[in-house]
Write a protein that binds this ligand. Structure first.
Ligand SMILES: [Fe+2]
Length: 243
């Protein structure tokens, strides 16, 4: 039996995968938990890595070896970990006498791994271009930062503030405030609430150490030369539809 949705007392529980249907009042609460959770999409753990959207041998100042290692070990590793975490959450939900703090540990991992997957996918997708800002993204930057040069200086300053440590620098349109900012993010769980990422820069050491050692600023310069502004413009359009 595979059941994924429950209504109020006495409501029908309906399977979205097998067509089974059971009246809730025929099951105890524990029986409902044991049957409802494992089939739920939220705990499926079936994410797959997205392929690199560019030829890693052709970027300027970022080696193929570095980019492949980053994709294979860090990004794909996060996808696999997210799958494990989701499935572990499902099994823990039916575990009797589980201390809440242990469940909390895995919920934290769910947030960490989700952040890593989403931000890495945005990062790789906004690489592979010629680094020349254009279109509505450039208009937005000028509107909020005065000029491209002022924006780039602040974006780099924010990134370099994370050098030697970890985190992300995110040019973001905030869907709540309606403002555009370069946000500082210390880890995968940091993103301004309702910040819609337009340009994402990975500042974890694994993103540059192989090529630049501790010289994070040189990596930031190389990143800027490879920004795919067509993708940034696509996100600006996507954001306009969503807001
Ligand atoms: Fe990374």
């Amino acid at each position: 039996m595979s059941i994924i949705a429950a209504g109020g007392a006495g409501a029908a529980l309906t399977s979205l995968t097998g067509g089974d249907e059971v009246k809730a009042n025929e099951l105890t609460t524990e029986e409902q938990a044991a049957t409802v959770i494992p089939a739920a999409r939220a705990f499926a753990g079936q994410h797959s890595p997205k392929p690199l959207p560019f030829d890693p041998a052709k970027l300027k100042g970022l080696s193929e070896k570095l980019l492949k290692s980053h994709w294979e070990n860090n990004y794909s590793g996060a996808v696999k970990a997210l799958n494990v975490v989701e499935q572990r959450l499902a099994s823990m939900l039916t575990e009797k006498d589980l201390p809440p703090y242990l469940y909390g540990d895995v919920k934290r991992e769910e947030l960490v791994r989700t952040g890593s997957v989403v931000l890495h996918e945005n990062y790789f997708a906004n690489l592979g271009g010629d680094g020349k800002a254009s279109g509505k993204a450039l208009d937005l930057i000028k509107q909020w930062f005065g000029s491209y040069e002022q924006w780039e200086a602040e974006f780099k300053k924010t990134a370099n503030a994370l050098g030697g440590g970890s985190g992300w620098t995110i040019l973001s349109y905030n869907l709540h405030t309606g403002e555009v900012h370069n946000y500082w993010a210390w880890d995968h769980m940091h993103n301004a609430p309702l910040g819609y990422p337009l340009l994402v820069l990975d500042m974890y050491e694994h993103a540059y150490h192989m090529d630049y050692g501790a010289a994070a600023a040189k990596y930031v310069d190389a990143f800027m030369q490879n920004v795919n502004w067509d993708e940034v413009n696509r996100r600006v359009e996507e954001m306009r539809v969503r807001k």
